[in-house]
Design a protein around this ligand. Structure first.
Ligand SMILES: NC(=O)c1ccc[n+]([C@@H]2O[C@H](COP(=O)([O-])OP(=O)(O)OC[C@H]3O[C@@H](n4cnc5c(N)ncnc54)[C@H](O)[C@@H]3O)[C@@H](O)[C@H]2O)c1
Ligand SMILES: O=C(O)[C@H](O)COP(=O)(O)O
Length: 637
């Protein structure tokens, strides 16, 4: 089970704790991270009213993905009134602005309007889109809007989520979205059947020359001999890309009596077998098929995968259907293959450039049947897609989870709700550790040690790592960190975060016993925060649902991480708590928690004092002047 283990950690023997405290803000803090905003009562209100993942583990057993994304570059005060909206939100709250740049089904629009201000502006130029985007929290597109890096730059940090009302996200610059911490969600399921039906429609129409014969009749002709077609039954269809659409096409083609083979490097063989489809290599698929139907996404590795070389390998007289993306075919090569007779016919719904140039040889080709990207265009699919994307976008703006995030890690909802209090702890530990660094910068390497009774493989730490990254980076830079961009930003700043999971013999009921954050190769402004190994080292635990600091350097303490914190190293002697407490009390600074940890009685001790208010300089100076205090540091949580 365990890869490594340590002895159980017991309660520190020399720890005294004085407590008086307020409620933790676990939920609001987690939501705020998902949104990357400051916790507010509004966050809680919205999450409760929508039965969010934080208080309804059981609402869905789907694997959900984090979809934060929201962020704010305004001050905490500003964000309090501007970050999210909704009819049930606080009246002072500004509704989010949602730009819909292509036609969307009415049911989806209604849902969006119930939550935010919806601006339907179709056919925007790039320039106009860039102008508008600066005031938008969300953008919803179909395949016709190019969401380029320029768009994310123009958004100036305001854009929180891009919703793609459909499957293909090749029109969204995902790298740029991630760098800007903007979540991208899509609606991957609602148009599958529509696309598959359109593929079958094109297959049959092409085989029987329906479009050409129709045009000819409308031109007054009656050409029965010219439009003799080919039969489908018994022919081999190669489905290239055996995903959602590909497998639905395969199912339907089998119903038409075709032999179906498929090529998909990532598809599970048992899924293919269940439909009676054989998975074969690319070359085998294209060289044996009478019909080839394309259903793979457009990616750098599929771009122009059908080119002169490929067409040289196909069976002479093959017929090609493309309802995936135009870019997977080298269109000039296809024209050459059609002209040479290598390819008998093509039926295309998608094009490299949309709309294609009016004089496109491919579109004008007599043996090519074309439709203007209609695969997803059924009433049913468009309503379904609109609802799917509206729900995803609204949820993302509320910091909830989405099943369809494209550029954020998948964290199952039940994992997330279990980790919620540790998420708060993780950020606070990161935030504390960085404040112990002299000068606050130059951190190149952080190590996080998770102590847990669970098997290391059972512990999904991506969310915690992202929170620690946020805690370390945000106080010393103007970066905002969320789950979308945490790893990217750390890498960009040259911060390497390594993780170690240590198995300890504690209750398996809790996912984590403690989290330790170590910063190496940096000087500390508080020498006692440095461990024997020379690293700044702090450790915390969740106790009764609240984050606690339990170790600083080699001193054990126990202080609830709320408000702000003063750490003092002192000569261990009676009266210290009273002296410092008096100084703070004189300035009306309320002490919420106090804990003294020491190594040896009457030698050195660390006093950790939680304070609700930020003491002024004068107060801090007075604390420093207490003769027994050797060093101290004030830390904001
Ligand atoms: N014309 C339309 O209106 C319309 C409608 C829906 C979907 N689409 C397009 O159809 C395509 C498929 O959509 P989907 O919903 O089935 O997506 P999907 O993700 O379910 O399926 C895509 C499949 O392609 C496979 N694949 C990836 N690289 C491949 C490669 N090099 N060779 C072969 N297979 C590869 C993947 O493993 C996956 O199984 C997408 O490009 C989508 O944009 C078009
Ligand atoms: O990828 C998709 O979902 C389809 O190509 C549909 O695109 P559309 O939303 O522009 O019709």
């Amino acid at each position: 089970m365990a890869s490594s283990s340590t002895k159980p950690i017991s309660t520190p023997p020399f720890t005294t704790t004085i407590s008086s405290s307020s409620q933790p803000s676990t939920r609001s803090s987690l939501l705020s991270f998902l949104r990357n905003t400051t916790p507010t009562p509004i966050s809680l209100k919205l999450s409760h009213s929508r039965n969010s993942f934080l208080n309804s583990h059981s609402s869905s057993s789907r694997s959900l993905s984090i979809k934060n994304a929201t962020k704010t570059i305004e001050s905490a005060e500003t964000s309090r009134v501007s970050k999210v909206g909704g009819q049930d939100a606080d009246s002072q709250e500004t509704k989010p602005t949602i730009l819909v740049s292509e036609k969307l089904g009415e049911a989806g629009l209604e849902l969006l309007r119930s939550f935010g201000d919806v601006d339907c502006s179709y056919d925007l130029s790039q320039e106009d889109l860039c102008k508008k985007i600066a005031s938008c929290d969300a953008l919803i597109v179909r395949s016709g809007t190019k969401v380029t890096r320029q768009v994310f730059e123009a958004a100036k940090g305001k854009l929180k989520v891009v919703g793609r009302a459909g499957v293909g996200i090749d029109n969204v610059d995902l790298q740029a979205a991630t760098e800007f911490g903007c979540l991208v969600v899509n609606a991957p399921t609602a148009n599958t059947v529509a696309a598959a039906e359109h593929g079958i429609a094109l297959l049959a129409a092409m085989a029987r020359n329906v479009a050409q014969a129709d045009a000819s009749m409308k031109a007054g002709q009656w050409q029965r001999n010219k439009y003799v077609g080919v039969s489908l039954v018994g022919k081999t269809l190669a489905v290239m890309g055996f995903g959602k659409v590909g497998s639905e096409v395969a199912r339907r083609a089998k119903g038409l009596g075709m032999q179906v083979i498929a090529h998909d490097p990532y598809a599970p063989a048992d899924r293919a077998r269940a439909i009676g489809v054989e998975l074969v290599s690319f070359d085998q698929a294209i060289s044996t098929a009478d019909f080839i139907s394309l259903h793979m996404p457009l990616t750098p590795s599929t771009e122009k995968v059908f080119n002169d070389d490929t067409f040289a390998k196909v069976k002479t007289g093959v017929r090609i259907i493309n309802v995936a993306r135009g870019g997977v075919i080298d269109e000039d090569a296809l024209v050459r293959a059609l002209d040479s007779g290598k390819v008998a016919q093509a039926a295309l719904d998608v094009f490299t450039e949309e709309p294609p140039p009016k004089d496109s040889k491919l579109v004008q080709h007599e043996r090519v049947t074309v439709t203007p990207h209609l695969g997803a265009s059924t009433k049913e699919a468009q309503e379904g897609v609109a609802i799917e994307i509206a729900e995803a976008v609204v949820g993302a703006l509320q910091g909830e989870l989405a099943a369809t995030a494209v550029n954020a890690p998948m964290v199952p909802a039940e994992v997330l709700s279990e980790l919620a209090p540790y998420v708060v702890l993780a950020e606070k530990l990161g935030r504390l550790a960085v404040q112990l660094v002299a000068g606050g910068s130059g951190i190149k390497s952080a190590k996080v040690v998770y102590r847990s009774s669970r098997d290391p493989d059972d512990l999904d730490t991506r969310l915690l790592r992202a929170m620690i990254t946020k805690g370390i980076i945000e106080p010393i830079s103007d970066s905002f960190i969320n789950l979308v961009n945490a790893d990217f930003t750390a890498k960009q700043k040259g911060l390497r975060i390594s993780e170690e999971r240590v198995v300890v013999d504690t209750s398996p009921e809790f996912p984590i016993h403690s989290i330790q954050v170590q910063l190496s190769n940096v000087d500390s402004k508080f020498g006692s925060g440095v461990s024997e190994g020379g690293d700044i080292s702090i450790e915390g635990r969740v106790k009764y649902g609240k984050p606690h600091l339990t170790r600083v350097g080699s001193f054990s303490v126990d202080v609830s991480l709320e408000g702000n914190l003063i750490l003092c190293r002192q000569v261990d002697q009676p009266g210290m708590i009273g002296q410092v407490g008096n100084i703070l009390g004189e300035q009306n600074v309320n002490v919420s928690f106090m804990s003294v940890g020491r190594t040896v009685q009457r030698r050195k001790a660390i006093m950790a004092i939680g304070v609700d208010e930020e003491p002024n300089q004068e107060t801090l100076k007075k604390i420093g002047e207490v003769p027994a205090i050797e060093e101290f540091v004030f830390l904001k949580l």
